[in-house]
Design a protein around this ligand. Structure first.
Ligand code: 0X9
Ligand code: ZN
Length: 267
């Protein structure tokens, strides 16, 4: 995890934004966008506002074993690589079904180790999800937002992801998601849809986004599905890396503007 803060200003109680990529191994555009984002925060004068307002904790690849496996063996691998049960021929848990909030419901995850959406033997059975949970629950750390990059579909999703239901404060999350998707559209006319994951798409239990919202108390929890809408899917051309990064750079800038405005309203 990379921590980025303004010179001399690191204080544990400064508002922080937690970003991750690569929870799912085959979604290569996600670590690529997150790495570009780190570079931007560190080197680009246009990022000074982002670093003035927030500390940034950034995890480029949450699932490194799976990511390597998509390079060496199976391009479309999704889960991590731990053997799920002794004597099972199947490997890997879907890290985005392994978080300890609404882990139980079986309609929206699987207890079959061979499934693509295997939830694991218990909540937080995996080192990768434990590591992210521990960052979220770090004593004294105040997170304004959690942003998790996936692909594909072009969506800005907020909780709940496990059910076709809204949170009490969904309107705040919707405002900022719409600010972001409007900025993305303003950049080069790519359409990303904003909405609650479980209502807009399908329902998914044990996700990091719902855990961040429900258990880690991070108000602005977003799961972003990057390009494309299905033409190339996970096998996006390398030519799409920079354009995808650039539109999402503008999306995040607008998102952060919105978060700052919302915070000022509370003060
Ligand atoms: O299913 C997932 O874990 C995420 N989609 S992906 O294609 N990247 O695997 C989305 C989870 C949240 N979205 C919904 N509840 N629909
Ligand atoms: Zn994903």
């Amino acid at each position: 995890m990379v921590k980025i803060w303004k010179n001399g200003m690191q204080l544990s109680n400064r508002p922080t934004i937690l970003v991750d990529g690569g929870i799912h191994a085959r979604e290569w555009i996600s670590p690529a966008v997150v790495l570009n984002f780190i570079n931007f925060l560190k080197t680009n004068p246009a990022a000074v506002n982002l670093v003035d307002e927030f500390q940034w904790f950034v995890i480029p690849v949450l699932n490194p074993d799976g990511y390597v496996y998509t390079h060496t063996t199976d391009r479309l691998w999704r889960k991590n690589r731990k053997q799920s049960q002794v004597n099972s021929n199947c490997f890997g848990t879907d890290l985005n079904r392994n978080f300890g909030y609404q882990w139980d419901p079986l309609q929206t995850a699987s207890n079959d180790p061979c499934s693509l959406v295997y939830r694991g033997p218990t909540p937080f059975s995996e080192k990768e999800s434990i590591a992210l949970r521990d960052v979220m629950l770090q004593q004294g750390q105040t997170y304004t937002s959690y942003i998790s990059f996936h692909s594909y579909g072009q969506y800005y999703l907020y909780p709940w992801l496990h059910a076709d239901q809204l949170t009490a404060d969904w309107i705040d999350l919707d405002d900022c998601a719409k600010a972001a998707t409007a900025a993305i559209f303003g950049y080069k006319r790519k359409r990303y849809q904003a909405g609650a994951g479980g209502s807009l798409l399908y329902q998914a239990s044990g996700t990091s986004g719902d855990y961040a919202k429900a258990e880690a108390n991070i108000k602005y929890a977003y799961t972003i599905e990057l390009r494309d809408t299905g033409r190339k899917g996970f096998l996006l051309s390398h030519r799409q890396i920079i354009p995808t990064w650039e539109e999402n750079r503008d999306g995040i800038i607008a998102l952060v503007d919105c978060l700052v405005q919302k915070n000022d309203l509370i003060k």
